[in-house]
Design a binder for this molecule. Structure first.
Ligand code: SF4
Length: 173
């Protein structure tokens, strides 16, 4: 026991080195998302995340948008607790039969104009869960989708790029 304690004091941590960050690219991307939100909406962008049956891998990356590194709220992009306050529904996972009605009700509760963004390979067509008795289909099979962000899971930067593309292009429903 004493030996283990001494070793833990002298040994370096058993962790990997962090990836090299490109702060300038991240700052440019987040600022451009914010500019696009202000141009399209005249205010910040409110996002409601809906897990329709994901394995939670996509959620880990979405949660990272709120961490100290990405810190989206400093740019006026914020996650909201109710679809009634949202501009964007960020939907992950294949839509399971159990979550189908919840997704439909969330969509109806979101005021117009609104966008639906399907996040991850499963949200496109069910991904690795397609064909399961528990899966109703991809997000597009249940509600209209404006944008799909690919990846399994997509990285926070891919999510930001998707939000920027959404704001800079098509119109909301
Ligand atoms: S796309 Fe990948 S990470 Fe996201 S819910 Fe499907 S399996 Fe999980």
């Amino acid at each position: 026991m004493r030996r283990t304690l001494l070793e833990s004091l002298t040994r370096s941590p058993l962790t990997e080195s962090p990836p090299v960050s490109d702060d300038a690219a991240l700052a440019e991307l987040t600022a451009s998302v914010n500019r696009a939100a202000c141009r399209r909406l005249g205010r910040s962008l409110a996002i409601r995340e809906v897990d329709a049956g994901s394995c939670n891998g996509c959620e880990l990356e979405i949660h990272a948008l709120n961490n100290a590194f990405y810190d989206l709220e400093r740019l006026g992009l914020r996650f909201v607790a109710s679809p009634r306050h949202a501009d964007v529904l960020l939907v992950t996972g294949p839509v399971t039969r159990n979550m189908r009605e919840a997704l439909e009700r969330t969509y109806r509760a979101t005021p117009d104009p609104k966008w639906v963004v399907a996040v991850g390979a499963c949200a496109a067509d069910g991904g690795i869960f397609a064909g399961s008795y528990a899966v109703a289909g991809g997000v597009g099979a249940i509600v209209p989708v404006d944008l799909h962000i690919s990846g399994c899971p997509p990285s926070p930067l891919q999510l930001l790029q998707g939000l920027r593309a959404l704001l800079e292009s098509g119109s909301a429903a």
